[in-house]
Design a protein around this ligand. Structure first.
Ligand SMILES: *[C@@H]1O[C@H](CO)[C@@H](O)[C@H](O)[C@H]1NC(C)=O
Ligand SMILES: *[C@@H]1O[C@H](CO)[C@@H](O)[C@H](O)[C@H]1NC(C)=O
Ligand SMILES: *[C@@H]1O[C@H](CO)[C@@H](O)[C@H](O)[C@H]1NC(C)=O
Ligand SMILES: *[C@@H]1O[C@H](CO)[C@@H](O)[C@H](O)[C@H]1NC(C)=O
Ligand SMILES: *[C@@H]1O[C@H](CO)[C@@H](O)[C@H](O)[C@H]1NC(C)=O
Ligand SMILES: *[C@@H]1O[C@H](CO)[C@@H](O)[C@H](O)[C@H]1NC(C)=O
Ligand SMILES: *[C@@H]1O[C@H](CO)[C@@H](O)[C@H](O)[C@H]1NC(C)=O
Ligand SMILES: *[C@@H]1O[C@H](CO)[C@@H](O)[C@H](O)[C@H]1NC(C)=O
Ligand SMILES: *[C@@H]1O[C@H](CO)[C@@H](O)[C@H](O)[C@H]1NC(C)=O
Ligand SMILES: *[C@@H]1O[C@H](CO)[C@@H](O)[C@H](O)[C@H]1NC(C)=O
Ligand SMILES: *[C@@H]1O[C@H](CO)[C@@H](O)[C@H](O)[C@H]1NC(C)=O
Length: 587
């Protein structure tokens, strides 16, 4: 395992390959390189809690019911008088493998909770704090701190992986057989970035909902918000109307995929016609909170929301969100009439350095161009993945179509760009990189009661949404249902996944009764109903290219879905979206 020059000092200690270490500060310190130091080392007994240090505001929840393990916290010096830290769980019952987990948004902190999920498989599991301390929406730490931004952009994860692998090897007196990565959102970006920039770090990577196009995505957040303000203007759509648009999108776009089942399978190919919601003369005068229709200038706003952001020279800045993502627009995308999400504004103020007084109302072309040129922290991912492909690495990505925080079409766009790079080089992209789009799933996980889409497959951040001690897929812990096991099976057995079966339980936090299972297919294939069998069972579906002939789809099997719209239904959607499905606000 190579240490990139300039990133880390060379190792001072000579590693002994034959004697395992005990779980003590002195033992761990003895294998750390010059410039790295142990914070703490502690033994965690079986079925007990690792108490997250109180200063960790990014990931404050303590993982409970852990297997017996040795917990290590260490930090490493980085250029510009900066540093980054990492945590490492070394389980007693080790599966011989190493795995790193990802972070979220602008957060700075070790993700001990997600480490807790993944250590239950037996991986030696690591997370970096990315080199600063903050919650996921707060970007103020970046102001005039280019090296701290570099730590967040790429350096901290790579440097932590290199150091943590050294500790792991010394601790067990054995090199890990394989190294993996699992993350979502910023964690997805980190996975892509590692594949592109440090191809030797991992043999396999699962990168969900990747916010990989940082230099475009963050200004897109502001551009999108500008579409819907000021709220005194006639074109403003109040959040109360988002579920109305959502119900109409479901009504129009659900049957277009050939099966009316309350799930929009192919949202980007739906000819959604928002004019169906135009108010008639009798409703125009009614209060907005009571309204169930849109004015013609509000319809124009809906059309902007469903349009790609294209700028000078027809350049795509960011693809639009998909019909079916409306239930969560209010949470992040178009929440406030005062200011857009800080994912946009803090980026311009503190990463690009325009300062705390910069106003989102003054977003202009020069700022968008500056972001593209400057790309603070080198955070965006280049689409040439040939080095990762050459060394035999395997990359899996997934993205929920109902994600309104990171538009899902950005992930298929990335895949297509990689393909454009590699196909002329004689490389078949699907031999090492596969993307799985998830109908009806929100950002990284979750669904709404109007879809009840199958969304759970043990992707990054998912397990903690369904229970504090869950890992893998309860009742279905195998490579067909668990995307991480699909990856290890691909890396170690050469079995490439064509699909992964996603699960929805009647009650996701109880996960006893399965409501629905359905394959998610590798892009550009889509799940098609075979025409017979229970549509809530995975084997009634097959993965096909959308233009392929199949055994014709069946309409309305048992009327699974309902597009009937009630006020109480809206409230329930909003409530469930906010409380459960999107309870982890992560980018
Ligand atoms: C752990 O290892 C260190 C260094 O080898 C040694 O000094 C110490 O006594 C050991 N502690 C225990 C509890 O075995
Ligand atoms: C683990 O701890 C919890 C709470 O302390 C307890 O309820 C449970 O029975 C324990 N499980 C095992 C397997 O020891
Ligand atoms: C490096 O940072 C530390 C704490 O962040 C500070 O106390 C120290 O003065 C800094 N050193 C230099 C040379 O800037
Ligand atoms: C994150 O930190 C910022 C700045 O301190 C604060 O305004 C915001 O409320 C915090 N967000 C959460 C979710 O805690
Ligand atoms: C609009 O709301 C106001 C205040 O809640 C109420 O007095 C008025 O009757 C409502 N108008 C209509 C047309 O519903
Ligand atoms: C907007 O965000 C705030 C917290 O920042 C939240 O309390 C509120 O519910 C959100 N609005 C909607 C419509 O989701
Ligand atoms: C764009 O915005 C920046 C920062 O507010 C400002 O300095 C610049 O003059 C603006 N450019 C144009 C062309 O308006
Ligand atoms: C930024 O990333 C590119 C690849 O996208 C790489 O060629 C370049 O060396 C990186 N720059 C820095 C400063 O790390
Ligand atoms: C989704 O599931 C919930 C709870 O099980 C149920 O109340 C609701 O009607 C279901 N919605 C659809 C569209 O099937
Ligand atoms: C490789 O395949 C064997 C036989 O099917 C299976 O038992 C094993 O779990 C697979 N290994 C991985 C890492 O999936
Ligand atoms: C799901 O199960 C949990 C745990 O048993 C329970 O607290 C919750 O109320 C259930 N949710 C619903 C919608 O029934």
């Amino acid at each position: 395992m190579a240490i990139s020059s300039g990133l880390l000092p060379s190792f001072g200690a000579v590693l002994s390959a034959s004697v395992p270490l005990n779980c003590s500060i002195s033992a761990i310190q003895s294998v750390l390189p010059v410039g790295a130091d142990v914070d703490f080392v502690q033994t965690v007994a079986v079925n007990s809690t690792f108490e997250v240090p109180p200063e960790n505001i990014a990931f404050p929840i303590s993982p409970v019911g852990l297997p017996s393990l040795c917990a290590v916290s260490a930090w490493v010096q980085a250029p510009g008088n900066t540093s980054f830290g990492f945590g490492l769980f070394l389980p007693g019952d080790w599966n011989g493998r190493f795995l790193a987990v990802g972070n979220a948004g602008f957060a700075g902190g070790i993700n001990w909770l997600e480490m807790g999920t993944q250590v239950r498989y037996g991986f030696a599991t690591m997370s970096t704090d990315t080199g600063h301390s903050s919650n996921s929406t707060d970007g103020r730490w970046a102001y005039k701190q280019p090296e701290v931004i570099n730590n967040w952009g790429y350096r901290a994860l790579h440097g932590s992986v290199v150091t943590a692998k050294q500790i792991t090897e010394a601790f067990y007196a054995q090199k890990p057989t394989y190294s993996y990565y699992s993350g979502c959102s910023t964690g997805g970006r980190q996975g892509f970035k590692e594949a592109q920039m440090f191809p030797d770090d991992f043999d396999g990577i699962v990168a969900g909902a990747p916010s990989w196009y940082t230099k475009h995505l963050q200004t897109w957040v502001i551009r999108y918000w500008l579409n819907n303000v000021p709220n005194t203007d006639a074109h403003h759509i109040p959040p109360e109307l988002f579920p109305v648009i959502g119900a109409e999108a479901l009504r129009q776009c659900d049957p277009q995929d050939g099966l009316t089942d309350s799930i929009i399978s192919d949202p980007y190919n739906c000819n959604f016609r928002p004019e169906a919601l135009l108010c008639g003369v009798e409703t125009v005068a009614s209060n907005s909170t009571a309204a169930t229709c849109l004015t013609s200038s509000q319809i124009d706003t809906v059309k902007k929301i469903y349009s790609d952001w294209v700028e000078w020279d027809q350049r795509l800045i960011y693809p639009h969100v998909a019909p079916g993502s409306e239930a969560s627009w209010g949470v992040w995308l178009l929440n406030s009439s005062v200011a857009p999400s800080t994912y946009g504004t803090d980026y311009v103020k503190y990463f690009l350095g325009l300062g705390p007084d910069w106003s989102p109302w003054s977003l202009n072309d020069s700022i968008v161009k500056f972001a593209e040129k400057d790309d603070p922290g080198n955070a965006s991912v280049d689409t040439d993945l040939s080095a990762f492909q050459k060394k035999g690495g395997k990359l899996i990505s997934f993205h929920g179509f109902a994600d309104s925080l990171v538009p899902s079409a950005g992930t298929t766009y990335f895949y297509d760009q990689v393909d454009k790079n590699l196909k002329p080089q004689g490389i078949k992209t699907s031999d090492f990189f596969r993307v799985f789009m998830v109908p009806g799933m929100g950002h990284c996980g979750g669904t709404t009661p109007s879809f009840n889409a199958s969304w759970y497959f043990a992707g990054g951040f998912q397990a903690s949404l369904i229970g504090p001690t869950v890992h893998s897929v309860p009742g279905f812990s195998d490579a067909k249902h668990d995307i991480l096991l699909a990856l290890t099976n691909w890396v170690e057995n050469g079995t490439a996944p064509d699909s992964v079966i996603a699960t929805k339980w009647t009650n996701d936090t109880e996960h006893t009764t399965v409501l629905r299972q359905r394959p998610i297919c590798r892009y550009p294939e889509q799940a098609k109903y075979t025409g017979s069998g229970d549509p809530n069972q995975a084997d009634s579906w097959e993965c096909r290219l959308p233009w392929e002939e199949g055994s014709g789809p069946l309409q309305n099997p048992g009327s699974v879905g309902s597009s009937v719209f009630h006020c109480s239904h809206i409230l329930r959607i909003l409530l469930v979206v906010i409380i459960s499905s999107y309870s982890m606000m992560i980018l």
